[in-house]
Write a protein that binds this ligand. Structure first.
Ligand code: GDP
Ligand code: IMO
Ligand code: MG
Length: 425
């Protein structure tokens, strides 16, 4: 069976965790393919609200195999905290959690380097989550990272010390060498804990599952506009967040990718620095933030808010080959009399464009908006597409027509059951 990929089409926090958890019963395997503790995926069900960072969002379903793929960067300290956070749920994670031997490890010194690099950037800082993501991926690409499979080797500590020595040299350049002893102790506790779980050749595991015709969902982190190649570079994360990342991040051949499920908010948010053409720095933006409770699940930072950006969404649909769209947080717009969608950008020379420019960070783009009438009602009673308000259906239809991809799911609240599915028959 082919692997379906679920990923964010904007700047992250689209609601991936909610939907992976919602869709999980349809799948036997859920596999995270990139990112690390910079992600915060929120799940809400049965009066439980839980945020996952590195552990896949299928974890609450005991019969599902959850894989942390080779494309992920894993912090053992945060892994230990996540495992402790899951204890009250009495899940036997030794049965349903599998970690790739090739997953890269985030060291405490990676986090220190992240902080030092951001500080050195001054006003040009990326707004990183400071979880050590950039430095850990740099070491991976630089070919001296440590991987989860290495923790089983008798020389692991020696290799750790060697890498930390190198990090200390870099940190001294920034005058940022710190005492690491406390964090190192926690790190090695995390390493010992990791050994209790299934450390596997996950590319073999996943390909066996493909050959057995098992249903598999690949879970993305961040969003397409944060992709290291196609995002608003340099204000991006350090991994491949788009559909092709599922191939390299799990060892799945392109021919084995099935549906690409693209998830987007009915408006836009961004946390951290970087271009955001439709950002609203006024009371409308404030209202989106308040109604949408737009505060980061990982860092608690207020998210920047703005109207839906169609050129950016079209771009994301194109580079991912999205086959189905899921629209999230429609309920956040319930109180708005008017809702806008940016259909084009006006460039400084007056030219109208529907493409994301290469120099998006330095170009002033003025969004050209189309205005829609709001629906002005709660969506709580809408349990199928036919019951969605007329004005919302107009909004949905416009987006579908522009993108040429159907919106098959509308999310009307954070809870697992606040989800409206289009009947495809
Ligand atoms: P992720 O990183 O893509 O998994 O998304 P986050 O968990 O960081 O952020 C999404 C936030 O929106 C979380 O607080 C969710 O509980 C919440 N959420 C998800 N879907 C909806 C929805 O349809 N309506 C509302 N109001 N909140 C939602
Ligand atoms: P989920 O999976 C939203 C942003 C950071 C920063 C930039 C680089 O929850 O959608 P990094 O820590 O990766 O070096 O930060 O990327 N960022 C996210 N924004 N959701 C995320 O993940 C993010 N992960 C990273 O705010 O702007
Ligand atoms: Mg998030």
């Amino acid at each position: 069976m082919k692997v379906d990929v679920l990923l964010g089409l904007q700047w992250g926090d689209e609601g991936k965790g909610k939907i992976v958890d919602y869709l999980a019963p349809k799948y036997k395997v859920v596999a995270r393919f990139q990112g690390g503790p910079n992600a915060g995926h929120t799940l809400e069900f049965d009066n439980i609200k839980h945020v996952l960072h590195q552990i896949p969002s299928g974890i609450f379903r005991q019969d599902i195999v959850n894989i942390i793929g080779n494309g992920v960067v894993l912090d053992p300290i945060i892994f230990k905290k996540e495992i402790e956070g899951l204890k009250p749920f009495n899940l036997d994670l030794t049965k349903n959690l599998f970690i790739s031997k090739k997953t890269q490890i985030i060291l405490p010194s990676h986090r220190m380097l992240d902080a030092a690099l951001e500080k050195a950037k001054g006003k040009d800082k990326i707004g990183s989550t400071l979880k050590g993501i950039g430095p850990a991926y740099q070491d991976k690409i630089g070919r001296h990272g440590l991987r989860v499979g290495d923790i089983l080797s008798p020389t692991f500590k020696q290799r750790y010390d060697k890498l930390v020595e190198e990090h200390r040299r870099k940190l001294s350049y920034f005058d940022a060498v710190e005492d690491m002893s406390e964090q190192e102790a926690e790190f090695f506790e995390g390493i010992e804990l990791l050994k209790k779980y299934n450390i596997v050749d996950s590319e073999y595991l996943i390909n066996e599952k493909i050959n057995e015709s098992t249903t598999i969902l690949a879970e993305g982190a961040q969003g397409s506009l944060l992709d290291v190649d196609f995002g608003s570079y340099p204000f991006v994360t350090s991994s491949t967040t788009i559909a092709s990342g599922a191939c390299t991040g799990l060892g799945v051949a392109p021919k084995n990718i099935g549906n690409v499920l693209g998830i987007f908010k009915a408006y836009c948010t961004r946390v951290g620095s970087g271009p955001f053409p439709t950002e609203l720095e006024d009371e409308t933006g404030e209202l989106l933030r308040k109604n949408g409770n737009e505060f980061g699940a990982t860092t608690g930072r207020p998210r920047r808010c703005g109207w839906l950006d169609l050129p950016a969404l079209k771009y994301a649909v194109m580079i991912n080959g999205v086959t189905e769209l899921f629209m999230m947080k429609a309920d956040v717009l319930n109180d708005f009399e008017e809702i806008k969608i940016c259909t084009h950008y006006e460039l400084e020379n007056g030219e109208i464009s529907s493409q994301l420019p290469y120099d998006i960070c330095d170009t002033k783009l003025t969004p050209v908006y189309k205005t829609f009438k709001g629906w002005g009602t709660s969506l709580d009673s809408a349990n199928n597409f036919d019951k969605l308000p007329y004005e919302l259906m107009i909004y949905i239809k416009f987006i579908e027509d522009e993108l040429g991809v159907p919106i098959n799911l509308v999310s009307t609240g954070p809870n697992r059951n606040q989800t409206v599915i289009r009947d495809k028959h």
